[in-house]
Write a protein of this length. Structure first.
Length: 296
């Protein structure tokens, strides 16, 4: 009862923060599963299997996510279509990136997303961004440049892919603010289900039947994707983009730990320095928001 009272007493901003933490953590573990699967299946098949199982889990949870009436009352069709197209590109970019690069490196470059999210929030919704938000985002973006090392021999054109993914992710979840009144189910189901026909066709030429063990990993990944999409969509609908975006940085912790333990990934000094700067800027933004609420 106490925990329930404490949760319901939280402001919309703090609830958005909690959903962001849950969603980005789920995304991190889903990406770890996807990287493991890409060693055995094509990128297209991995995306199809993961997203198909995500739809299955969302349908199973439909009674708790708005019920059948949420499907009948689905509105904002153009926004759903746009988010579906964006989700296709995100899946292709992220899964391919983690298949050829260390997960921690992929996340480092996706971490420019708060800058894009804040920009989209201003352009689309006229959101106010406080000076401390701009400071944290600017410092974080500097960290991305340090890790990217543009203009040096260490620069790899493939690193542009996770940066592009970050831009599209920011736009997709920022647009969730236009889905006011939509059920939780609609936020997560339609972008995923809409992508299935496209990636399904692309995977046909190189389909491999999964083993029981592989299918178990697919189920875990699908469940995590479902949780992540719904949670992060809710976070962006409840709170300003510049406030919830820094929780993306929690993915770096999991990427460093499991990237080393499972895949033997060893990040270089520049990547670690850039990641440290990015995470530090995110933590500054989070704690400055907490101090603001405490004073209020």
């Amino acid at each position: 009862m106490i925990q329930k009272t404490q949760l319901t007493s939280l402001s919309a901003v703090h609830k958005g923060m909690l959903f962001a933490f849950l969603g980005y953590t789920a995304f991190a573990f889903a990406d770890i599963c996807a990287k493991w699967l890409t060693a055995q299946f094509s990128v297209y098949q991995v995306i199809f299997m993961d997203q198909f199982m995500s739809c299955v889990f969302l349908l199973l949870a439909l009674p708790w996510l708005g019920g059948v009436r949420s499907i009948k009352k689905t509105r904002h069709i153009p926004i759903h279509i746009i988010r579906t197209v964006l989700n296709i590109f995100i899946a292709l970019l992220v899964v391919y990136s983690v298949s050829v690069l260390p997960i921690a490196m992929v996340y480092t470059f996706i971490f420019a997303k708060p800058f894009y999210a804040a920009l989209f929030g201003i352009l689309i919704y006229s959101q106010a961004v406080l000076p401390r938000h701009w400071l944290a985002i600017a410092v974080g973006f500097l960290g991305v440049l340090i890790a990217l090392q543009p203009g040096t021999k260490a620069f790899d054109i493939v690193l542009i892919l996770p940066i592009l993914a970050g831009i599209i992710i920011a736009l997709m979840f920022t647009l969730s603010r236009s889905l006011e009144g939509e059920s939780i189910f609609s936020l997560g189901f339609w972008p995923i289900a809409g992508a299935l026909p496209v990636v399904g066709i692309l995977m046909l030429d190189d389909f491999v039947m999964p083993t029981v063990q592989q299918f178990a990993v697919v189920c875990i990944a699908g469940f995590l994707v479902a949780v992540a999409v719904v949670s992060v969509s809710l976070a962006f609908r409840m709170a300003p983009a510049a406030t919830v975006s820094p929780f993306l940085y929690t993915e770096m912790l999991w990427a460093l730990i499991f990237g080393f333990l499972i895949f033997g990934d060893l990040p270089d000094l520049y990547m670690l320095l850039g990641a440290a700067i990015i995470v530090s800027s995110g933590l500054f933004l989070i704690f400055s928001e907490k101090r603001k609420k405490r004073v209020a």
